[in-house]
Design a protein around this ligand. Structure first.
Ligand code: UT7
Length: 322
């Protein structure tokens, strides 16, 4: 049996930090409101010359160094992103060139905040079927470029960042189980209304931003985490004690707490880094994972549970022996 194992992790946060206090000067909000409703304290924002590919590249280099692999070892690159550099080529192709990787397939997966878990599911299947041996799964986002900084209901929520795991084939388990889902019924509850085939503005006069019905999304997110909890409990034959760390999508502390409660996970076993970087969509799980690996909480041999939810709606989970 071939397994896919996480051989290394890496992440990158842009240098520029915008605190809640900074936002108080721009919009009608308060640090207190943001912390109470979301748990967020600050977010990192890309500089003008930084892009999704440039921050994804940094995360990838760090993960490759952690795994001890070089460009010649990489035989697939998957980037989960909702904020690609360009319409085409894919951000994965741009990162491939910058890494000096030759000939590997490289493509983006667009599943909004679930992009990393979707990418992991896919990469795991490639490795298990012998289609690849060493895969970069990157989550990278520059949400600041599609955030309306005048809209207090969304501006306080999002940030930029990137995370990456190197997945490698192994005789030892690795990825134990993955589940991914989508329900396209609720498109307008969380979307960017203009894209390419809809509302593309060649004059560049019209900007398009994230639009969200926060309350409705909150309820759907909690329902999705309930679904994830049920699948996980079934996978584990009811023994949730096997999970050492729950690493959820970092959208909002209240959603993270609700999700942990559904799983019966005490908060001491939950990795919550949303206070430091806000919601970075597809980057949030690999970012939280890497931060917890670096600070020594997550150790080799631990069993991890990733759970994501995002626009689409999409959701999914992965159980991993780290
Ligand atoms: O990856 C998935 C992405 N999406 C999410 O994770 C978001 C899910 N939703 C949420 O996290 C929450 O719904 C929010 C944090 C967005 C909002 O929290 P809420 O408890 O649902 O607040 P609300 O939308 O019901 O708004 C309560 C009040 C409103 O004022 P009134 O109508 O009661 O007078 C809002 O206008 O808070 C007001 N408000 C704000 N006040 C200060 C909304 N945004 C702000 C703000 N600062 N930034």
């Amino acid at each position: 049996m071939i397994y896919a194992r996480i051989a290394g992790t890496g992440s990158f946060l842009p240098e520029k930090v915008v605190t809640n206090k900074d936002l108080e000067k721009l919009i009608d909000t308060t640090d207190e409101w943001i912390q109470e409703r979301t748990g967020i304290k600050r977010r990192h924002i890309v500089a003008d010359d930084e892009t999704t590919s440039s921050i994804g590249l940094e995360a990838a280099k760090r993960a490759m160094s952690d795994a001890g692999v070089g460009p010649k070892d990489i035989d697939l690159i998957v980037v989960g992103t909702a904020t690609p550099d360009k319409i085409f080529p894919s951000t994965a192709c741009i990162i491939q060139r910058q890494l000096g990787v030759k000939n590997s397939p490289a493509f983006d997966v667009h599943a909004a905040c679930s992009g990393f878990v979707y990418g992991l599911d896919l990469a795991n299947r490639y490795i298990q079927t012998g289609g690849a041996k060493t895969v970069l799964v990157i989550g990278a986002e520059t949400l600041s470029r599609i955030t309306n900084w005048d809209d207090r209901s969304t501006a306080v929520l999002f940030g930029d960042g990137a995370g990456c795991v190197v997945l490698q084939s192994s005789d030892e388990p690795g990825i134990l189980a993955t589940h991914i889902h989508a329900d396209g019924q609720y498109e307008e509850l969380l979307h960017v209304p203009n894209g390419i085939s809809v509302g593309f503005d060649q004059t560049r006069a019209g900007r398009s931003y994230i639009e969200m019905n926060g309350n409705a999304v909150f309820r759907r997110a909690v329902a999705a985490f309930d679904n994830i909890a049920r699948e996980t409990i079934a996978d584990l034959d009811g023994d949730l004690g096997d999970i050492d760390w729950f690493v959820p999508h970092q959208a909002n502390m209240r959603i993270i707490k609700a999700a942990a409660k559904k799983l019966g996970m005490p908060m001491e076993r939950v990795i919550a880094t949303v206070d430091e970087h806000a919601n970075t969509s597809g980057a949030s799980i690999p970012l939280a994972l890497d931060l917890a690996v670096r600070d020594g909480r997550i150790k080799r041999g631990d069993t991890l549970m990733f759970a994501a939810f995002g626009a689409g709606f999409t959701w999914g989970s992965a159980m991993v022996k780290y």
